[in-house]
Design a protein around this ligand. Structure first.
Ligand SMILES: [Zn+2]
Length: 660
């Protein structure tokens, strides 16, 4: 597979021949994703609201109540930070980004309302929006933290304090809520705030030359521009991208302006927030993983909207770097808790993997936006990997509990949280799952790309004609996909179908006639151009190949180990199926893997089994060391999809099995 420009993008001089996701209400999902969306719509969305209230977030945004003050203490400085002569006191608490938690909670609720009417939840969200309406200042400014807790300090610390990040999440919530309910109030509030931001930041003389330490505003402004048609928001998003990392460095100047020494920065390097150099010069994924994913998502949007090849080239370099050196096999990323991010190449520890749920969700965002530039399996396969594994592992099957970290190995002590002191992940996985339909398809002027398979119906207009596609499939458990076309009048367009790289055998028929896949496929997608009409039927058979996966030998933690996969799913073994001491299990290379549909297990899954061996402890005695290896007994091991772990009895878990 190459990173070359896909055909669809070179056939036209118009850079805006972009593939846009279908809006959430245009795709009804059933089957695997239908169950997940139902869990979010029926439980998660309300849980998010309730836990925000419990955390006292309503008090902060409601101007009619007394301010709650600082509920979550400021982070304590590290000793060397505190000892630095330029240290001017801790500046950050996670309470600063409560507006972002509201934004994502509103967004999750909005997408959930498509799925399931919920007048009670809608009323609660309307009330939150009313509070923001009251809170907004005359000039459009809106930040519950800087208005209610630290007045007078707005725009003084973009580096640390998430001010524009919060605006971005409220904008995303506003766009989703408008699309879901038709109610404009929050959209109007956030447009006024975006107007204010545009009056404060930009290349014009007198404006601030800054950008946010935590990227997010960029991709949010793109959404706002698309829904309002206001190019000013798009240009502002592009400005924030273009300005990042330019000299003189904004965060240096900003620190000096508030009397701080820029060198007293907690994270020491601007790699932490990807502002160490201009984005077009970047070629390594560095720093905080979620920030990186959000930045690259915004860059991909701008590359698509402006046909900007220089951004695209940087994105391809960054994609290469991430996917060949710093990505867990689950689609998790960011191994270190210290910077919540990247460390060095091939450093992928399993038990201590940070792999924040938000980072994997962010990878889904980035990959999906790379598909805006044309169908390409390089991105879509990875989007699928992160979707089915490292992201949805963050949500319990019933939609009520959340992982922040997603390790690939546990001694039994790692479990989902009810909430988190930094509750960024719960609403992030909630909004991603609830909007999953929009990741299935990409629509261009005369093409539709099918990125994801699964039981679903989509409706769209192409060349001015309404078309619907009904996918019938038990994906990801079974790779047979039938797509039925319904068009009132015949309409010509290209249908792109992803042929996943993990699939060893695929067959494609259109109206019963076999298609030569080799000839039809480039960049991981088969392209069928024809005049489609009602009753046309596409049948795609993807072999759900089982695979043993091995890591690059540079990954010290995985050498001599093997991970199991079937189709897009990565598997793990759990204590509840295999007994304790999972590290003592070994899987011989020649052992046959078998797949078993288990409709009554974990909501209906396919398990994998194989004959392995287990090092015995019984006859070892009390010695710590001996000159003879332990005896081994045969054992049948059973593996379940990684996303479903920790939904039964608590216990050990392991992805990378010892081989031998
Ligand atoms: Zn998070």
């Amino acid at each position: 597979m190459t990173a070359s420009q896909p055909a669809a993008a070179t056939e036209t001089a118009r850079p805006k021949l972009a593939f846009r996701p279908l809006p959430v209400p245009q795709v009804d999902v059933r089957g695997f994703w239908g169950d997940r969306v139902d869990a979010v719509a029926s439980r998660t969305a309300e849980i998010l609201y309730e836990r925000c209230v419990e955390a006292r977030m309503l008090e902060q945004i409601d101007p009619d109540r007394p301010s709650p003050g600082v509920v979550i203490p400021f982070h304590s400085p590290s000793p060397d930070e505190a000892a630095h002569p330029g240290f001017t006191g801790s500046t950050v608490t996670t309470q600063m980004f409560w507006d972002s938690d509201w934004g994502k909670t509103i967004e999750t609720a909005a997408y959930s309302l498509y799925r399931r009417r919920n007048p009670d939840l809608e009323k609660k969200i309307d009330a939150v929006i009313d509070m923001y309406g009251k809170l907004q200042q005359e000039d459009g400014y809106l930040s519950s933290w800087y208005q209610r807790i630290q007045p007078g300090l707005r725009w003084t610390n973009l580096r640390d304090c998430h001010e524009l990040y919060c605006a971005g999440h409220l904008i995303e919530g506003a766009v989703a809520y408008f699309q879901a309910t038709g109610k404009r109030k929050l959209l109007d509030i956030m447009s006024r705030y975006a107007d204010h931001i545009a009056s404060m930041f930009g290349p014009e003389p007198g404006k601030k030359k800054g950008y946010c330490g935590h990227e997010e505003i960029e991709l949010a402004l793109v959404k706002l521009a698309r829904v309002t048609g206001n190019q000013k928001y798009m240009d502002l998003a592009k400005y924030f991208i273009d300005q990042r990392g330019q000299q003189p460095h904004y965060f240096d100047e900003e620190a000096r302006a508030r009397g701080a020494d820029p060198k007293a920065y907690h994270f020491k390097t601007y790699e932490y927030n990807q502002s160490h150099k201009p984005v077009r010069e970047q070629d390594k994924v560095v720093g905080h993983a979620v920030r990186a994913m959000y930045l690259y998502s915004g860059m991909a949007d701008i590359a698509t909207e402006y046909g900007d090849d220089s951004l695209r080239a940087a994105l391809d370099r960054l994609w290469d770097d991430l996917t060949t050196k710093s990505l867990y096999v689950t689609g998790g990323l960011g191994p270190s808790a210290h910077n919540e991010g990247f460390t060095s190449d091939y450093d992928l520890p399993n038990e201590t993997a940070y792999a924040e749920t938000c980072a994997s969700v962010g990878l889904v965002f980035w990959a999906s936006r790379m598909l805006g530039m044309g169908p390409n399996g390089r991105y879509a396969d990875m989007m699928e990997r992160a979707l089915y594994n490292g992201s949805i592992s963050g949500l319990s099957l019933d939609g009520s509990l959340f992982f922040y970290e997603n390790p690939l190995e546990s001694r039994g002590g790692h479990h989902r949280w009810k909430w988190h002191r930094c509750p960024c992940c719960p609403p992030n996985i909630g909004r991603m799952v609830a909007s999953i339909g929009s990741y299935f398809y990409g629509l261009a002027d005369d093409a539709l790309a099918v990125h994801l398979y699964g039981d679903s119906t989509c409706r769209f207009e192409i060349a001015g004609r309404p078309v619907s596609l009904v996918q019938t499939s038990n994906y990801p458990w079974d790779g047979a996909v039938a797509i039925e076309v319904d068009a009132e009048t015949p309409v010509a367009f290209t249908l792109y179908l992803r042929i996943p790289a993990w699939c060893r055998n695929a067959a494609l028929r259109v109206n019963g006639k076999m298609v030569d896949l080799d000839a039809a496929t480039s960049d991981g997608y088969a392209a069928i151009r024809r005049e489609w009409q009602k009753g046309d039927r596409v049948e795609l058979d993807l072999e759900m190949s089982m695979a043993r996966l091995f890591a690059n030998p540079h990954v010290r933690q995985d050498i001599g180990r093997v991970a199991l996969a079937r189709g897009p799913l990565i598997y793990c073994v759990e204590e509840t199926d295999n007994g304790g001491g999972l590290h003592r299990i070994a899987l011989p290379r020649e052992s046959r893997l078998e797949a078993h549909p288990e409709p009554n297990l974990l909501g209906g899954i396919v398990t994998l089994s194989a004959i392995g061996s287990r090092a015995e402890t019984e006859n070892w005695g009390s010695d710590l060391y001996r000159s003879e290896p332990p005896a081994a007994e045969e054992t049948k091991l059973k593996a379940v999809p990684y996303f479903a772990w920790d939904n039964r009895d608590p216990g050990e878990m392991l992805v990378w099995l010892r081989e031998g």
